[in-house]
Ligand binder design. Structure first.
Ligand code: SAM
Length: 233
C-alpha cells in the first residue's frame, strides 16, 4: 500500500491495541484518517479533527456523515465527530484531556519557532494520554528519485532521525512522557541503515492524565462540522 495508507494504518493499529475513547487528529486536511477511524472505531466515542485550513475541511467533511446503514444498524456505543478550524499552536480548552492526539505529517509544515510553541501547547497544555507524530526522515531522501530539496514545497524542515529523536527526548524530559521510535516505508538491501521513509514517534504520558470530564465549548477554534452518530445506548 502507498505510504500515506501505511501511516493511517499505523494509527488504526494503535487504536485497536490501546482503545482510546477520545481521539483528536491535527492537520486532518481531507479527513481521510478520521473517516478510517470512524469505520474502525474500536470503542472511540469522540473523534475530533482540527486543521488551520477550513477550505479542506469544508470540501471533505460530508464524507464523515452517517450512512443509511448507520441508521439501520446503530452501533452499541455513542460516537460524536467534530471538526474545527484552528491551529495546533493555540491553547484551546476543548482540546485538553484526550486519550490520543495524532499529528500525521504536520510538524514539518511549521516554522522551527512554531515547533517550540507546538511542543509546549500539545504536551504541556493539551497533555493527552498518548501522542503519535509522523514526519519525513531526511536520511531517506537520497533514495527518492529526482528529489531536490524537501519532499514538499511547503515543508519548512525535514529532520534526520537524530534530530527528531533529540526533539522527542527533550519533550519527554520536560513534560513527563516516554517515547518509542518506529516508522513506515522501509529501505531494502544496502540502503537499510537509512531508516524508514516516514519516521514515527509514539509518546505515552507517564503522569496521571489531565481530566476533562465535561466537554467545553470552543473558545479559540471555530466549529465547522459536528455529527452525533445513532447508537443504541
Ligand atoms: N494529516 C493529513 C494526512 O496525512 O493526509 C494531512 C497532512 S498535510 C501534509 C498537513 C496539514 O496540516 C494541512 O492540511 C495543513 O493545512 C495543516 N496545518 C498546517 N499548519 C497547521 C497548524 N498550525 N495547525 C493545524 N493544522 C495545520
Amino acid at each position: 500500500p502507498p505510504l500515506y495508507m501505511q501511516r493511517y494504518q499505523f494509527v488504526i493499529d494503535y487504536v485497536k491495541t490501546y482503545r482510546p475513547k477520545k481521539v483528536i487528529d491535527f492537520g486532518c486536511a481531507g479527513c481521510c484518517l478520521l473517516k478510517k477511524l470512524k469505520f474502525h472505531r474500536n470503542g472511540i466515542q469522540l473523534l475530533v479533527g482540527v486543521d488551520i485550513n477550513s477550505v479542506v475541511l469544508l470540501k471533505r467533511m460530508h464524507t464523515l456523515a452517517p450512512l443509511v446503514s448507520d441508521y439501520l444498524q446503530p452501533s452499541d456505543g455513542p460516537l460524536t465527530i467534530e471538526l474545527y478550524q484552528g491551529s495546533v499552536t493555540e491553547r484551546e480548552p476543548c482540546t485538553r484531556g484526550f486519550d490520543l492526539l495524532t499529528c500525521v505529517e504536520l510538524i514539518e509544515h511549521l516554522e522551527l519557532a512554531e515547533v517550540e510553541r507546538f511542543t509546549e501547547v500539545v504536551f504541556g497544555y493539551m497533555a493527552p494520554g498518548a501522542v503519535i507524530v509522523t514526519t519525513p526522515n531526511a536520511e531517506f531522501n537520497p533514495l527518492l528519485p529526482g528529489l531536490r530539496g524537501f519532499r514538499n514545497y511547503d515543508h519548512k524542515f525535514e529532520w534526520t532521525r537524530a534530530e527528531f529523536q533529540t526533539w522527542a527526548n527533550r519533550v519527554c524530559q520536560e513534560y513527563g512522557y516516554s517515547v518509542h521510535f518506529t516508522g513506515v516505508g522501509e529501505a531494502v538491501g544496502h540502503w537499510r541503515d537509512v531508516g524508514f521513509c516516514t519516521q514515527i514517534a509514539v509518546f505515552q504520558r507517564i503522569n496521571q492524565a489531565v481530566s476533562n470530564a465535561e466537554l467545553l465549548e470552543p473558545s479559540v477554534y471555530r466549529l465547522v462540522y459536528k455529527v452525533v452518530y445513532p447508537s443504541l445506548s
